[in-house]
Design a protein around this ligand. Sequence first.
Ligand SMILES: *[C@@H]1O[C@H](CO)[C@@H](O)[C@H](O)[C@H]1NC(C)=O
Ligand SMILES: *[C@@H]1O[C@H](CO)[C@@H](O)[C@H](O)[C@H]1NC(C)=O
Length: 275
Amino acid sequence: MVEFEQLIAKIHPGIFIHSVFIEEDQEQDRRASFYGSVNEQVDFAAEQIANITELKNGFDAIGFSQAGQFLRAYVERHNTPPVHNLITFGSQHMGVSDIPACRPWDIMCLAARRAAKSSVYSHWAQTNLVQAQYYRDPDRMDAYLSSNKFLADINNEIPDTHNKTYAKKLAALDNLVLVLFAEDITVVPKESSWFGSYASSDGPLPGEKTIIPMRKQELYIQDTIGLKTLDEKGGVLFKTCDGAHMQLTDDCWKPLVEKFVGGVVYKTPDFRVQV
Ligand SMILES: *[C@@H]1O[C@H](CO)[C@@H](O)[C@H](O)[C@H]1NC(C)=O
Ligand SMILES: *[C@@H]1O[C@H](CO)[C@@H](O)[C@H](O)[C@H]1NC(C)=O
């Protein structure tokens, strides 16, 4: 993250950058990416962001992997100060149909994964295991809709509980830039980064895993989260990066950071002086 901040600062000299954290201690912060309540983490991040004077007129946000849907939750539920452009890299906007794989030596990840796989929709998993909180199996939608307290909520999927504020706030973005990694095998299906998901297996082609793309998703068609409104004004952009999950080559991130980050900085006279 520190290295990435320096690279961004090179492109946009004088830019103010803040990396959202859940715990000040780095090891604890890493732990919080596996354990905890996502809703509480989003509230905490919102308070942290609201405390930063440099951001008070709004900012551009970049979310790596699961942080992409967490920042989207910030936009839908809080958005004070407002996000202008939101770029998400390899995020799981329509959830995952399998708990993401771990690197073999990553004990913390492996333990959390094993726990999540054993009873993903249990109350405990849904309030304590981060990855369980965006697990969404199209063949068990009832279990997902009745137990999931994060993704089902920010996607306004639970019948009769749609929060119209979410739609209004998401549609107020300038741009939502959705980056998918072409060789991603960590996110299942990888199209989740573009709001795609598997169709349920009792669909028209049983046995085949068909992808429902964003514009065919119920939440898009009904415009329950403002995605359609945003898309129709040209604010939803689909990008592909080569390589595996979060393989951030220069070709991948640089053009996006050049184009969608730092706009507000450009508009301030101070910045021109620095150039
Ligand atoms: C935000 O600022 C208030 C007042 O200074 C402080 O009490 C609180 O802990 C801060 N919250 C976060 C999440 O940084
Ligand atoms: C909708 O979301 C907003 C923002 O998080 C919240 O303040 C409001 O209470 C929610 N409304 C309902 C009906 O849950």
